[in-house]
Structure formats: C-alpha cells, structure tokens
Design a binder for this molecule. Sequence first.
Ligand SMILES: [Zn+2]
Length: 176
Amino acid sequence: MTIKQPYENELQPGHYLFEEPGEGVIQYARAITAQYLEENPDADREELLDLMAAIIDQKPDNKRVKRCDFCRYLWHDDSKRNNKRTCSDECKRGLKTLQKRKQRKVKTVEEPPKENRGHKYYAHYEYPFWVSEQAMLSSRIDGESFMNHDAIDRISAEQEIYGGGNRKVVTHERLD
Ligand SMILES: [Zn+2]
C-alpha cells in the first residue's frame, strides 16, 4: 500500500497538505467505504487499508471526482454544473483567505508603501537638513538641485580665477 507523502502548500509555505480533509472529502470517503463494504461484507483490515489509500490517492476516471483546491484530497462534486473547486464551504473560505494573503504579499513587493514626497528637505532653517540620507539621495536622482548659494558663488569665483573645467592649474611654484 502506498500513500502519497504530504506536500507543501505552494500558497502557504510551511503548511502541509493532507492534514485536514474538508467535509466533502469525508462524505466521499464515507460513500466509497459504505459501497465497498456493501459489496464485500467480509473485507479484512488489509483490504480496507488499501481502500483508504485508494480514496486518498487514486483519482478514478470520473469527472465528478476531483482534488479539492484547498485540502487537496479527492472528493465528489455533486453540484449541478460540476464546476466547484473545493470540497466544502470551509475549504472555499480557506482558499480565499490564502489567495488574499498571496495577493497582499505580491502587492507589497510590487508597490511598496508610498513615502511622503513632501517635507524631505527643510530649507528654511538656520541649518537646512534632509529628513534622511535616502531622501537626499533620491532627490539627487530626481535631478533636483540642492546646492546652496555659497557653493554656487564659490564655484563661479574659482572659475573666474582658474577658468572653467576641472583641470587644476598650479598657481604657485612649490619651493622644496
Ligand atoms: Zn477540501
């Protein structure tokens, strides 16, 4: 007798399936067992264990027997249109909760919470400051100039003396 090992639920890492069969799964297992016992009233322990394994793992060639999207056991869909994905209301709710959690995770990664774009640079104080280094750097990336007037004056003064560009001009002979 072989029973598939429990496997990790891709929607909820760390949560192993084959743990709690939903109501629809239990009904399906009951119906199969009852039918088998009716046909084989003298079934022994070994036979019943094989039957259990088959109920858990072997999907019969029946379009109404499917694996519940949430609890992952086999169950029989009695609904008129045979379009249900979960074996019970409980599993349906569980699946929705997992999907929401997954969407929330994806959303958080794709669009991190918006930071407050205003009030990053406090310019009207005696010592202007940035709220954070990150705010300063991102502002630089945005192309916003944050050079103060003293720096601009100094650069234009140097340009008047040394000329433009970055080339350093030696103005004093060094006496060694
Ligand atoms: Zn289920």
